[in-house]
Design a protein around this ligand. Structure first.
Ligand SMILES: [Zn+2]
Length: 85
């Protein structure tokens, strides 16, 4: 399974959405986790995605309220500034 080896942040980020949704098979999941433990940039990105997902989940079936949309936008701006790159 060396094909699925994570060699770069690009590889890790490609798997990130599935990782957060816990859709990855165990060995791949472990590789992403290991990368996040050793890569601050991808770790921040993963935390951001998780928070974003949680915010969206909070919405549930409620209509989108401007205040919450603003919160998500702030989160995105915060990440853009802190993340650099
Ligand atoms: Zn990385």
């Amino acid at each position: 399974m060396t094909k699925n080896e994570i060699r770069s942040c690009e590889d890790a980020l490609r798997l990130l959405a599935a990782y957060i949704d816990r859709e990855l098979p165990g060995p791949t999941d472990a590789k992403v986790e290991h990368h996040l433990e050793t890569c601050r940039s991808c770790y921040s990105r993963a935390e951001f995605e998780k928070r974003l997902k949680a915010s969206l989940a909070e919405l549930g079936s409620e209509p989108v309220r401007p205040a919450l949309a603003e919160r998500v936008n702030t989160l995105i701006r915060t990440f853009s500034v802190a993340g650099g790159d």
